[in-house]
Ligand binder design. Structure first.
Ligand code: SF4
Length: 219
């Protein structure tokens, strides 16, 4: 079975509970969610899509990942769950690699995942089953209203699972956004945690030549 692949690379997980751990990334092509601030626009936006997107056998992807000897593999996108990921997670498991998933939660999950990060988006509502399966949540904080709006919309699903509050990258130096995160964590404590995209500071993904340039890091 083949999947359309935007890029693969070996780096480390730059966000969430597995921050700093060696990870192999498989970024699949395609996303119908269309967030206005998307930092993976090359996976879907006509202005940024590369000329050629390779369709790769899942076994080839699993072998590539295994050669890197990471602690786990992150399947991301785009929105990876628009594809049936079961053959890929099976191939990864056969190589002894746990599969982590990063998803908006807007489509049914198909595959066997050791860890699921749900980062909901306003453009397409997350499904209850995806919210229930999440091991952690990542809320993108665009402005001061983001956190209370998400809590109102899906807060009942959080329980004790970590809820990361990440500044939307283009707003990472906006005091009102950072203060909103700090204020919320100080006022509410668990399950909320202040988050960051640490790998971008390190430019860690770019250390693997297979990674495509990250447009959000352009100076
Ligand atoms: S869901 Fe993710 S990949 Fe899709 S448009 Fe939004 S930020 Fe970009």
């Amino acid at each position: 079975m083949k999947l359309p692949v935007y890029e693969t690379f070996h780096s480390w997980q730059g966000e969430g509970c597995h921050l700093g751990r060696s990870a192999f990334f498989i970024r699949l092509f395609g996303c119908p969610v269309h967030c206005p601030w998307c930092d993976s626009a090359g996976t879907w936006h006509p202005d940024f899509v590369p000329e050629k997107i390779e369709r790769m056998e899942v076994e080839t992807l699993a072998k590539q990942a295994a050669e890197a000897s990471p602690e786990f593999v992150v399947i991301t996108g785009g929105e990876p769950t628009i594809h049936d990921l079961a053959p890929l997670t099976t191939a990864l498991r056969d190589h002894g690699l746990p599969a982590h998933l990063e998803t908006s939660g807007a489509f049914p999950l198909r595959g066997d995942f050791a860890w699921v990060t749900v980062s909901p988006k306003w453009q397409k509502a997350p499904l209850p089953d995806c919210l229930a399966r999440a091991d952690e949540f990542k809320l993108i904080v665009e402005d001061q209203t983001s956190i209370p709006r998400w809590v109102e919309a899906i807060g009942e699903h959080f329980g004790e699972k970590p809820v990361w509050l990440n500044p939307e990258w283009s707003q990472r130096e906006t005091p009102a956004v950072l203060d909103a995160i700090t204020g919320w964590v100080k006022a509410h404590g668990a399950p909320f945690r202040a988050g960051w995209q640490m790998h971008k500071h390190y430019r860690a993904d770019a250390t693997d030549a297979r990674a495509r340039p990250d447009a959000s890091l352009a100076d």
